[in-house]
Each structure stands twice: as C-alpha cells, then as structure tokens.
Design a protein around this ligand. Structure first.
Ligand SMILES: Cc1cc2nc3c(=O)[nH]c(=O)nc-3n(C[C@H](O)[C@H](O)[C@H](O)COP(=O)(O)OP(=O)(O)OC[C@H]3O[C@@H](n4cnc5c(N)ncnc54)[C@H](O)[C@@H]3O)c2cc1C
Length: 586
C-alpha cells in the first residue's frame, strides 16, 4: 500500500480502495481517518476543497464567522423565502478538509435524550440516546474547566457523559464575561433549573456546554486537527483534495438493485472494493445522489437522468434551526467592557476575547415551560393533514414519513424532556431559535453539473404552526424580562418593541427576521423506505448493495442542539457499521 505523501495526486492513486469516501468534511474525514486506524484497510477520501494552511480565520476562536464568504465556502444561496417576507438567505457550507467544522461557531453541545430517542421511534433501531452515547464519547476529548472558573460560574459536568481521549477537544475558554449572571438568576427565579450537564441526555432547561477548543493551543479543534492529521501519517490513508466528485457510476443487478462501480471526478475515477460512503453534507449529498440517478423520478426525468433507484426522499425533509433576535437596551446594565488589545493578549499568552468563540451557557426550554398553550398548539398541529404544508406534489411515501414525524414530534414536545426553543442571552438581547421546525424544505438539482448550486429552499414558516411556537417564545422572553431580577437592569425592548403586541404582529416580525443558524440537515433521512427514507438504520442507501450516506443529511429529525457533535457521532457510528460488514465483501 505504501505510497508517498498521503495527500496524493491522480497518478499516485491505487487501482482500487477498500473504501472511497466522498467529501472530507466533518463526517467524511472522521470516517476516513477512523477506517485507516485498521492497517488491513485502505481508504481514499475525495474532498472538493483544499487542506487549509492553518489560516488565522479558521484557527483563532475569536475570529469565528470570518471564514464565511471566503474560498473555503461553497457560497450557496437559498431560494426566495416566500413565507418569510421574500428574502434570499446565504447558506454557508465548508469547502475544505474538515468541512463545516472549520467554519462553525465551535459550540459543542448535544441534544437531549428525547431528540435521539425520536429517531429510534421513527423505525431506526440502534439510535436511542443510550445506544449512541458511546459514539459521542469516542469523538470527544474533554478537559474540565479549572476549579476557580467552575466555582465562579457554577459550571458543572457529569464525567460519565464525556469522552476523554477522542479526536476533538472540548473545553471552556478561559475568557468569559459575567454578563449572563442576572439572566441565569432570573430563569432560576422562574423555576427553571440548571442541569448538571447537557451532555448526559438532559440538554434542557439551563446548562453549560464546552466549545470545540484545544485548551493547550487555544485554537479550533476540527476535522483537520482531530482526524486528518493523525490519518495523514498512515500509508493506508489517501486523500484527493481540490477534487469535486461529479457522479457515482453504477451497474444494475438482476434483482434491480445497483452496485456502485466507481466514483467519477474531473480527470479520473476511483474504485471501491467494499463500499462507497457519501459524506458531502446536507446540500452536497442529495445533489450527488440525484445527479447519479438516485432520487425522485419526476426530478430526475426533468434532467433526462436515467432513474437508477427511485427514492423520493432524496432532497426532501430539509430542516434547520431558523433564528431571530429580540434586542434590549439595559439602562442599568453592567458597564460595557472594551476588549482592548485583544490581538496582543491572544498573540502573547492566548488570553482575552480572541481566545473565545461561541456561547457556552444555554437555555433549551421544553414547550410546556414556554407556554401553557403548548397542548392546544400541538393538538392543532396534529390535526393538520400531513401534506397540507408540504410542497405540492410531494410523493406519498414522503408524506407518510412526515405524518410519522408529526406524531413523534408532538409526543416528545409535549414532555418536559425535549427543548422546543433555544434562548441565548447576550447582554443586549436574546437570540432565540426554533429547535423542531414543522416546515419542511427541499434541496433539488438545478443541473446535471455538480458545480451548479442546487435549488436550496428552506421553506421557512410555510407551516403556520412554526409561528405559533415562535410567538409563544417571544412572549416567554418578555415574561423573563418582567422578573424583578431583569427589571432591576431597567430593560427597554427595542426590537420588535413593546408596541408589537398581537400574535399577528409578532409573527410578522418573525417572518421578516428568521435566518439560518447554519444547521442544514435531514435531506437524506434515515427512515424506512415506505416513509420516504433514503438510508436504513445502518446508513445503507435503499436499493443499493455498497453505498452508504453518513453526514448531517441522514438525520431524520433535527435535534435540539448545535449539530456538529451529532454529526461526529454519526461518523463514529458509521465506522462500526461499515466494519460489521467488512468481511461481507471478501
Ligand atoms: C457557518 C456555520 C456555523 C456553524 N456553527 C455551529 C456551531 O457552532 N456548533 C455546531 O454544533 N454546529 C455548527 N454548525 C453546523 C455543523 O458544523 C455542521 O452541521 C456539520 O459540520 C456538517 O457536517 P457534514 O459532514 O454533514 O458536512 P460538511 O462538514 O459540510 O462536509 C461536507 C464536505 O463534502 C465536500 N463535498 C461536497 N460535495 C462534494 C463533491 N461533489 N465532491 C467532493 N467533495 C464534496 C465539502 O466540500 C465538505 O468538505 C455550523 C455550520 C456552519 C456552516
């Protein structure tokens, strides 16, 4: 196997590999790297983007957000959001080794147990929280906060829920401000408890969660550092960078199933002896399947693509966490802190604001905590005809899948064990985001050319039940600011403003604001085929013999959390599923 540098040119490529992974992003690089830990396996990862050169905008925590819009971003844009005031929304997506893990805000939390139990409820054995916890832990290398920091902020954690020798560092930044203390106290005064740890299945109420942060170098921990670096030293791990996969080439078997024979890219192709894994992300994976003839036949026929496997679910079920902000001025708030000399502090001793990225303190509130109207809203939602707000002409299997999701979602949302809305306090206001939107979007090719961006339609707020949840969430924020603790800060609501009072006015405000929290997922749902599923519970694409998908696209229901650690968990579990079948292909 041994050939020179691990990131290779077309000429150095082997004739075939045990596994070919399409997309070296968050999930893909993890899968490729983990497989290569077995010396008897060789693996090729093909990534559209480069290996970054340790660019400051990627590695420095305080610079999060600055990679968007650069050469490391696919620069996608959404369709006009007709139900959300006709806006076009940027949809950033990583185009480099490590994918979105190099772009993201470094929040490293998990969903509540109910979020994943809901996946199992949809017909996916093996995916309850208890069953997937080992894979979350396998990915994580947790460093608890120092004692003084933990005591000052009351940061608590449950050691049994963390991994300590995984690939991705999780830790707390040394730089924190105390601006959220009154908020925490106010929520406590409303009877909302602080959980021991969001990582242990109780990512509800209030809790602390770490960032994907290397505590020694105080830099981003991501796909490149955690998985690519160790793998690149192994002779059985190869990667083709700056290489966009155009198509999966397959043959049809006597039973009608297909076998992928090779993976085609500009100037060449690669062959897998065992399996091909598509990990091109929530936009890239359905695009590649559709171009390759795996998808809804009406769409494929529109582009004269022969239908290899009729799978109406490919590109359906698109979910995200739309977010909005409510802005306040605090007339008696804490004095503003000026991050003087942030650059010098970071460069000299890795302290100061540049050493910190995303939030670490969260409130994910169950629906019954947010509103006493939760039952009425859920009943109204359950009474909807399943296809009432899906795109016209949605395939009956996809409608059946949505009907199953309606029941599962409503059951869990009625409990105290699933977060319905996330609230992040930032001093001058609250960011709130709907964790389980009822609307469903689509991702559909616009061309047979993989370099043409597909039609990305969130379809935000197309289901009016989403607005019911958001209106109640705004009302809840107002009730939190009405507590004596928050009133002592003398808040004035600037936006939407106290005059925006009726349900209709609040809903209108939301429609004009909602935008992506960058959690695109669910476009190749893991669900039974008769429910519009694309992969089974072992991530095998229905109707194929050697093709799996493993990335954010296989999530059936978006969990109430920032989703990167969930994607890493999927990748870690995918490796075990692949290895279970390793011998089958001998
Ligand atoms: C700006 C931003 C901020 C975020 N913030 C957070 C956060 O703070 N916390 C959190 O938990 N989550 C966050 N997320 C979400 C999380 O990072 C992503 O959901 C997750 O990383 C997606 O992983 P993935 O493997 O599905 O896709 P990706 O990581 O996007 O990987 C897909 C890879 O496939 C490659 N690819 C696509 N098509 C092809 C092709 N045809 N040929 C070859 N390669 C291809 C891409 O270039 C990419 O590298 C954020 C996401 C973004 C974009």
């Amino acid at each position: 196997l041994a050939i020179g540098p691990r990131y290779i040119t077309e000429r150095q490529k082997l004739d075939s590999y045990d596994y070919v992974v399409v997309g070296g992003g968050t999930a893909g690089i993890a899968i490729g790297a983990r497989l290569s830990e077995r010396p008897n396996i060789n693996v090729l990862v093909i990534e559209a983007g480069p290996v970054d050169a340790g660019d400051d905008i990627i590695t420095t925590p305080g610079k999060v957000g600055q990679v968007m819009g650069t050469k490391f971003d696919w620069l996608f844009k959404s369709e006009v959001q007709t139900a959300a005031n006709g806006r076009v929304i940027n949809v950033p997506a990583g185009k480099l080794v490590g994918g979105a893990s190099a772009l993201n805000g470094m929040c490293f939390d998990r969903g509540a147990a109910a979020d994943y139990d809901a996946w199992a409820d949809l017909g996916n054995p093996g995916w309850t929280f208890d069953e997937i916890l080992p894979y979350f832990k396998r990915n994580e290398k947790f460093t608890p906060p120092p004692k003084e920091q933990a005591e000052f902020y009351n940061i608590t954690w449950d050691p049994s829920a963390h991994g300590f020798d995984g690939a991705i560092h999780s830790s707390y930044p040394s730089y924190m401000t105390d601006v959220a203390r009154p908020w925490r106290q106010a929520l406590n005064s409303m009877g909302i408890p602080q959980e021991l740890d969001g990582h242990n299945g109780r990512a509800i109420n209030m809790f602390w969660a770490p960032n994907s942060l290397d505590p020694v170098n105080v830099t981003r921990s991501y796909g490149k550092t955690g998985y690519y670096f160790p793998a690149s030293k192994r002779s059985n791990f190869h990667i083709l960078t700056d290489t966009v996969v155009q198509k999966l080439i397959h043959k049809t078997n006597v039973d009608g199933s297909i076998t992928v024979e090779s993976v085609q890219y500009k100037g060449g192709s690669a062959t897998a002896k065992r399996e091909v894994i598509v990990s091109a992300g929530a936009i890239g994976s359905p695009r590649l399947l559709q171009i390759s003839g795996i998808g809804p036949s009406p769409l494929l026929k529109k582009f004269n693509i022969p239908v290899a496997v009729e799978l109406p679910g490919v590109g359906s079920n698109y979910q995200d966490h739309p977010f909005e902000s409510v802005r306040y001025t605090l007339r008696n708030g804490p004095p503003a802190t000026f991050p003087v000399d942030a650059e010098r502090l970071y460069r000299t001793n890795k302290t100061g604001p540049w050493s910190a990225s995303g939030p670490t303190f969260y409130a994910f509130l169950p629906f019954p905590t947010i509103t006493s109207k939760y039952r009425a809203i859920l009943d109204k939602y359950l009474a909807q005809k399943p296809d009432a707000y899906l795109p016209a002409g949605t395939d009956p299997t996809v409608v059946a899948g949505y009907a199953a999701q309606q029941k599962v979602l409503a059951k869990h949302l009625a409990s105290d064990l699933m977060g319905a809305t996330e609230f992040i306090y930032g001093g001058s206001g609250i960011t709130l985001s709907h964790q389980h939107e009822f609307s469903r979007g689509t991702v559909q090719i616009a061309s047979t050319d993989v370099n043409v961006q597909p039609i990305i339609d969130f379809r935000y707020a197309t289901n009016p039940a989403d607005l019911d949840v958001l209106v109640e969430s705004i009302r809840w924020i107002r009730s939190a600011y009405a507590t004596p603790i928050m009133q002592a800060l003398q808040p004035i609501e600037n936006s939407p403003g106290a005059s925006v009072e009726t349900d209709e006015a609040i809903a209108n405000f939301m429609k004009g604001q909602m935008t992506t929290m960058y959690h695109s997922c669910c476009t190749n749902p893991m669900q039974p085929r008769e429910l519009g599923g694309v992969v089974d519970s072992k991530l095998r694409v229905f109707g194929t013999t050697n093709l799996r998908v493993a990335d954010a696209s296989v999530i059936p229901l978006i969990p109430g959390t920032h989703i990167q650690s969930t994607v890493y968990m999927i990748a870690e579990k995918a490796v075990d599923l692949l290895l279970e079948d390793f011998a089958k292909f001998d």
